[in-house]
Design a protein around this ligand. Structure first.
Ligand code: BG6
Length: 296
């Protein structure tokens, strides 16, 4: 269902028979809402988010491409998150499609202006699917369509903003003992300790070569988010905390308490594609009552 969202921007709403739903803005190809079958919002979007180009929408799942963060010469997190995507009416077949999913296919191709900033021709196909149990699945397929025979390299992230009740009560499992880069410190590698990650100050880390499954346990909500990823070796964990929150115009001063970004990403080792080659990166999210996953 295609309809008008905030500021008249086009959005697609996916609904599943048991009541869960997903909203995707064509601006940014960005998921901005994921609700479970009780109608509870599972993603964070700032009350101050600006739904207007050229600023990316603060919340949901912005797509960072062709550059994650400031790891290169492009604007922070690349340009895909502030371009208007199109509905892909004729996507090539997906190997893993099952008919009981609601889904939408989007596509982004560079304009001539884009190619002045990043001189490569590509087709970026994004499928957003909602499973019968309310699981949210994002599949990105990026193809090098350069006619000049040149390969290109990129970094990538699904910059997912999860909604949490109280950041001080949240822990993340699956990143223990891993190496990470710390955007708040020097360029060296650090190693995480053996405990689940908890939060009491600003964090901006890139965990390297992580397991495919990561869990975010929200003690107060009695909810666990389970992230499963494929083709995306790294995981970024970000919370701006109070000082950076105040510095962001499109983010409420206290909102850092109610969000956590855990981002399935490919950052440390850029992906390189030769002409005609395609890369696939998948993220699967589920939200389950905590009692179901004790011991995870
Ligand atoms: C995170 C980065 O992924 O995104 C942070 O690791 C950054 O360094 C944050 O501050 C938000 O970025 P932006 O461009 O959306 O404000």
């Amino acid at each position: 269902e295609l309809c008008k969202g905030i500021n008249g921007l086009d959005k697609v709403v996916l609904r599943e028979s048991r009541g869960s739903s997903v909203e995707v803005y064509l601006y940014g190809g960005q998921v901005t809402s994921w609700k479970n079958d009780h109608g509870e919002e599972l993603l964070f979007v700032s009350s101050k988010a600006i739904f207007k180009p050229p600023k990316a929408i603060r919340g949901g799942i912005p797509i960072c491409f062709p550059q994650f963060g400031s790891h290169g010469g492009l604007e922070q997190h690349g340009f895909a998150r502030n371009r208007v995507w199109s509905i892909d009416t004729d996507p090539p077949p997906f190997p893993t499609v099952s008919s009981n999913k609601a889904f939408i296919d989007l596509i982004l191709k560079p304009t001539e202006e884009d190619m002045k900033i990043w001189p490569h021709s590509f087709e970026f196909r994004l499928r957003v699917a909602l499973g019968p149990g309310g699981d949210l699945m994002l599949t990105s397929r990026i193809r090098n369509t350069n006619a000049d025979g040149k390969p290109f390299s990129f970094t990538f992230a699904y910059h997912t903003y999860f909604s949490v009740s109280d950041i001080s009560e949240v822990r993340v499992e699956g990143l223990e003992t891993l190496d990470y880069l710390d955007n708040l410190q020097s360029k060296e590698r650090f190693t995480e300790q053996g405990d689940a990650i908890t939060f009491e100050s600003e964090i901006d880390k890139i965990y390297l070569s992580t397991p495919t499954k990561i869990a975010i346990l929200d003690h107060e909500k009695k909810r666990t988010f389970v992230l499963r990823k494929d083709g995306l070796p790294d995981a970024v964990v970000w919370n701006p905390w109070d000082r950076k929150a105040k510095a962001m115009a499109d983010f409420g001063d206290d909102e850092y308490k109610h969000m956590l970004c855990v981002e399935a990403a490919a950052v440390e080792k850029p992906i390189t594609l030769k002409p005609g080659e395609e890369w696939r990166g998948r993220l699967e999210l589920s939200a389950v009552p905590s009692s179901y996953c004790s011991g995870q």
